[in-house]
Design a protein around this ligand. Structure first.
Ligand code: HEC
Ligand code: HEC
Ligand code: HEC
Ligand code: HEC
Ligand code: HEC
Ligand code: HEC
Ligand code: HEC
Ligand code: HEC
Length: 423
């Protein structure tokens, strides 16, 4: 080859490379982020066919850590334990969908941590009671959460009926639903099916699917807190997919729900036991300290202390605990109104059949909880206007209602006497 021919060849080749690079720059990330041919091959026939059948599933899977690690479709979709098998295009897959048992094949530690939390059996029993659980499952959960699984079905769920319960309560509480294969729950509430995304799990809206609304306004409280405001303004520069075992305050200098409740930060231990860092039963009408009060509080404070000083954190806890104590007093006072009426025989024994019972339920379930959650997660407006103001207002309304009930009863008696005297 002449020198000239080589020169022309080099120029042409360079032009191609530059052009390819330039085109690549303008290709959407959905193109350039695609995996190499080698690991697409690892998913084999399933992906080949499902690219046409359910393309999104394949595209999500291809972007996941699982694809990078060489995990294939069948690793998850094959039946494990006593799961029923289904013949599917020459493969055997689990017939009735997948459960935590399929993930636990490779992620036993995460599953075991989750099993100890209230996200497991207690979440499902909160709606349907003990009936769906085996004796062993009840015994296991009761070791960690006494009375949280061995209990009756929820009265309100029973009154509202199965259609509302299925699409309402169950959609949030199925995070702890028992499966036919003996396992509890699915892991997809926070990770989704095919993306196995840590970033998704660390995003506040993921927890907010369930942790929102007036009875547990954690998402709204977070969004109003300094933490939430900073997160929303700055997360573009954070590394939300940092490896959990090496997460630092450099990756995430502002906490999300996951940071405080699950993540390991600067050497701290990651946990799927969302109960581990808590010290109070804030969801209860009158909040008491948990049996694990001290270890729970130490663990949460360890997280705060990655970013704050000791006096800052101690002051915060002291002020929040004062709100818990005061809220308890307000709920006890409201409860006395209703207890007295019942003792006087002026209310039926059934729950939720008299307006004053709804009012009392709202007082602790909405406003009391909101005040306590607001205090612990930095939501001033929730402690005040959505919490304490409503506590005051509803207690006055309850008292007036109680007076009317007594008056009506007394008038009923007078009328009875009058009509008896007339006969
Ligand atoms: C030759 C094509 C083909 C192959 C190969 C194939 N599938 Fe499918 N798969 C389908 C079709 C078609 C459906 C039904 C889609 C629908 O109902 O809309 C389906 C449905 C499914 C479903 C849903 C089942 C349900 O009951 O909802 C799963 C899960 C699934 N496939 C997983 C896999 C896995 C895992 C593999 C590889 C081990 C695989 N498929 C291989 C074509 C294929
Ligand atoms: C990390 C585990 C995992 C891997 C890997 C995986 N899947 Fe899935 N897949 C799931 C889970 C979990 C579900 C939801 C099952 C359920 O809810 O019962 C699911 C559901 C599906 C469905 C039903 C989707 C729907 O919405 O109807 C299809 C189809 C499917 N997978 C195909 C595939 C294919 C094809 C691959 C490989 C490219 C694959 N999956 C890889 C875990 C996985
Ligand atoms: C056959 C084994 C296997 C199965 C089954 C499996 N995984 Fe994984 N998973 C892995 C491996 C391997 C990794 C990569 C570990 C790494 O890179 O450090 C991983 C990583 C992950 C990660 C971390 C991703 C990240 O960005 O660091 C999550 C979350 C995850 N898996 C969730 C699930 C869920 C949920 C299921 C069930 C639907 C599941 N896995 C099923 C093997 C598996
Ligand atoms: C699918 C719905 C759902 C999602 C998603 C969800 N949770 Fe929960 N969570 C619940 C339910 C239901 C309970 C109440 C369980 C009980 O006490 O009965 C709960 C309870 C909790 C508790 C209290 C545990 C205890 O011991 O009292 C914490 C803390 C918590 N969740 C944090 C989180 C965080 C952080 C996320 C996101 C990373 C999250 N949750 C995602 C439904 C969900
Ligand atoms: C939007 C999602 C969602 C819906 C719908 C929902 N819950 Fe919950 N529930 C939660 C979350 C999240 C918690 C945790 C609150 C906390 O710890 O602060 C919770 C807590 C509870 C608790 C207190 C914890 C316990 O174990 O005693 C009970 C009881 C309960 N829910 C029952 C129900 C019933 C019954 C329904 C339907 C009538 C229902 N929930 C509807 C998300 C939901
Ligand atoms: C309440 C939400 C939630 C649920 C439910 C959940 N995870 Fe996670 N998971 C997370 C969060 C958040 C992280 C990231 C922690 C962090 O920030 O370091 C994570 C991280 C992981 C990792 C990576 C851990 C590591 O150290 O590299 C795996 C694997 C995983 N989850 C598997 C599972 C499995 C299996 C299940 C079901 C038993 C499950 N997850 C259920 C929220 C959840
Ligand atoms: C800055 C740290 C921090 C962030 C961010 C945070 N929390 Fe919390 N959370 C706390 C503290 C502290 C408590 C009270 C702990 C205790 O009981 O000692 C708490 C309590 C809770 C409880 C109440 C459990 C009960 O007993 O009723 C739930 C549920 C919860 N958080 C969920 C969330 C969710 C969901 C998010 C995001 C939308 C979130 N948290 C954001 C620190 C945080
Ligand atoms: C990952 C780091 C990080 C963690 C973990 C964290 N914070 Fe913060 N926090 C911040 C940042 C950043 C700010 C905003 C500071 C500013 O205004 O510049 C902030 C602000 C605050 C504020 C409002 C500003 C102030 O000084 O009054 C309070 C209160 C607070 N945090 C309490 C806590 C508590 C309590 C915990 C643990 C339950 C906690 N934080 C965990 C980073 C963190």
């Amino acid at each position: 080859m002449s020198f000239k021919a080589v020169f022309v060849a080099v120029v042409i080749a360079t032009a191609f490379i530059v052009a390819a690079l330039m085109i690549n720059k303008y290709r959407p990330p959905s193109d350039t982020a695609q995996p190499s041919a080698s690991f697409v091959k690892a998913t084999g026939k399933c992906a080949e066919c499902h690219r046409n059948e359910t393309g999104a599933v394949v595209h999500q899977f291809e972007r996941s850590k699982h694809a990078v690690a060489g995990i294939n479709c069948l690793d998850c979709h094959k039946p494990v334990g006593n799961q029923e098998a289904l013949d599917h295009m020459g493969f055997v897959i689990a017939k009735d969908g997948l459960t935590a048992a399929n993930c636990a094949q490779c992620h036993k530690t995460e599953y075991e941590q989750y099993l100890r939390s209230r996200h497991a059996s207690p979440a499902w029993a909160a709606v349907v009671g003990r009936d769906d659980f085996t004796a062993e499952q009840i015994a296991f959960a009761e070791k960690y959460h006494k009375g949280a699984v061995d209990r009756d079905p929820n009265a309100l769920a029973m009154l509202e009926g199965p259609a509302a319960t299925n699409m309402g309560c169950a959609k949030c509480h199925e995070i702890g639903r028992p499966n036919a294969d003996g396992s509890i729950g699915k892991c997809t509430a926070c990770h989704a099916r095919h993306s196995a995304s840590i970033e998704l799990a660390r995003t506040p809206a993921t927890c907010g699917q369930c942790h929102m609304g007036p009875d547990h306004a954690q998402l709204e409280i977070y969004n109003e807190s300094k933490h939430g405001v900073l997160f929303h303004a700055q997360h573009g520069s954070f590394n939300l997919s940092a490896d959990p075992k090496a997460l630092t305050t450099r990756d995430m200098p502002v906490p999300t729900c996951a940071t405080c409740h699950l993540s390991g930060l600067d050497g701290q231990k990651v946990t799927h036991d969302t109960t581990e860092r808590l010290s109070w039963w804030l969801f209860a009408p009158v909040s008491k300290q948990r049996p694990t009060f001290q270890s729970g509080q130490n663990a949460m404070k360890e997280t705060c202390l990655k970013c704050h000083t000791t006096p800052h954190v101690e002051r915060f806890y002291k002020e929040a605990e004062e709100v818990v104590v005061e809220t308890n007093e307000k709920i006890v006072a409201a409860k006395k109104i209703i207890d007295d009426l019942r003792a006087e025989g002026l209310l039926t024994p059934q729950p939720f059949d008299e307006p004053i019972e709804f009012l009392y339920f709202d007082i602790w379930h909405y406003f009391g909880r909101t005040a306590k959650h607001g205090a612990f997660m930095g939501g001033a407006d929730f402690v005040q206007w959505h919490g304490n103001y409503e506590l005051l207002l509803k207690t006055v309304e309850m008292q007036e209602m109680a007076d009317e009930i007594r008056e009506r009863a007394a008038k009923g008696k007078r009328d009875d006497h009058a009509s008896a005297a007339a006969h």
